[in-house]
Design a protein around this ligand. Sequence first.
Ligand code: G6Q
Length: 547
Amino acid sequence: MTKLVSKTKVWKKLGEHYKHIKDVKMREMFEYDEDRAKKFTIQLENLMLDYSKNRINERTMKHLFRLARDCQLEEMIKAMFRGDKINTTEKRAVLHVALRNRANTPIMVDGKDVMPQINEVFAKMRDFSEAVRLGKFKGHTGKKLTNIVNIGIGGSDLGPVMACEALKKYWAKDMKCYFISNIDGTACAEVLNNLDPETTLFIVSSKTFTTIETMTNARTCRKWLVDALGEHAVAKHFVAVSTNTKEVSKFGINPENMFEFWDFVGGRYSMWSAIGLSLALMVGMDNFEKMLDGAYAMDKHFAETDLEHNIPVILALIGIWYNNFFGIKRYGVIPYDQYLQYLPAYLQQLDMESNGKFVTKDGEVVNYSTGPVLFGGAGTNVQHSFFQLIHQGTDIVPVDFIIPAISHNEIGDHHEILVANVLAQGEALMKGKTVKEAAQGLTKAGKSKEEVKELKYFKSFSGNRPSNTILVKKVDPYTLGMLVAMYEHKVFVQGVIWNINSYDQMGVELGKQMALNILPELQGNAEGVSHDSSTANLIASIKKMRK
Ligand code: G6Q
């Protein structure tokens, strides 16, 4: 039996329903229904989702919940939390939720409870991070380790980068953290230039411990340290986070200084594991655990709340509505909080690597679009760059606005201005400005009749552009945990509906393999690798320029 969701009855119903709603203005829906905001707002503790500024009505949501049920979403949620091997291509459980299973109830994989090993690693992270923070675990020359450098890429980088920045206010005052990810030597050079080897601790974060970028960067950093302090210094300045003990030892890191994680934690879902060691060092294990508590609250909400009141489910279904029925294949995330500036980059990997798939779990090519292009940046900055297109471009771009009610830095009226802006953006996108209103505005501003005629179209806004507003009290560790878990589950729900495996990433492999073929050619000792004429010409030109 085919598992193409596009062949279901409810999919067709949604298609029919789309025809009725596509020309309806949200502005009018708000005018006709005083309770609209109330109806389409949902709150979990200090996180509130207002999804009323979407091109939906109650019927839309009813059909979408039916769609979710028909796709066995409720069963699939249970399967993930139970530890079933829902990563079908790699035959793995998907258990980032076990890392924040604060109730510590057993979760079984292959007949074994995974919780004891998770707790053991957290205890080791606590001991180590406290020892470093208190200056008990010192560098080779007896100095306190105050510079933390995480070496990792993709899922072993983006989470720690994002979370460390998000929780900067909680950093130990005398410590700083740095991230080296790109293979470009500049990434290493620019970090190492500023550091003193005696006070620097490197964390080599790599699930496989074979990733070329990370291992090359790690070797460069190792050499830098050994050149300054000698071979014996490595034990005090290098730790590893990995699943691969053998490779860690080979690199010269004592397995005692290795923090383990497991196959059931996907790279882009791993910031909750020891991959978050840089964060634990910077903010302390208590704060790290508060982040886990927040994620756990969202997990419980996701697993235990009916679909109609379930925040990640609602976000996911609205995304499907735009993607598959309006044909909108892009989506923006705009946090109005400087500390969350790297959240869009983090979510870009989470969403696009998880749901950028064209084959269903059953190996059938889909005939509907799956994951959208996700982009974003911090507000208000983005208002001064790509928001022009979001307001007046020909393409509709649904956005999520994220805003904390309270700032960590209440300086003058900065935060009030920030909040006023995010609210104004949502309202402006929804309402727009008709040509008539634009003309009236110009007349009121004293423009001549000719000027009004000339400018009224340029000054008009079609409106009816959707946004979600996610309001939180403050960006603290708990809230960050809630927010990230919310998006993880949203991605899960969409993957279930599209019937794709959100937990592999085979699409990144082809380019990697081809790079391995090209490398010896650039180094001048290649034999008979054939390329298209463009690639061959580029290789030749690079060699020529270097001469
Ligand atoms: C994430 C991906 C990918 C991965 C990196 C780093 O889900 O699998 O981004 O995290 O390729 O891999 P290693 O941790 O094995 O170095």
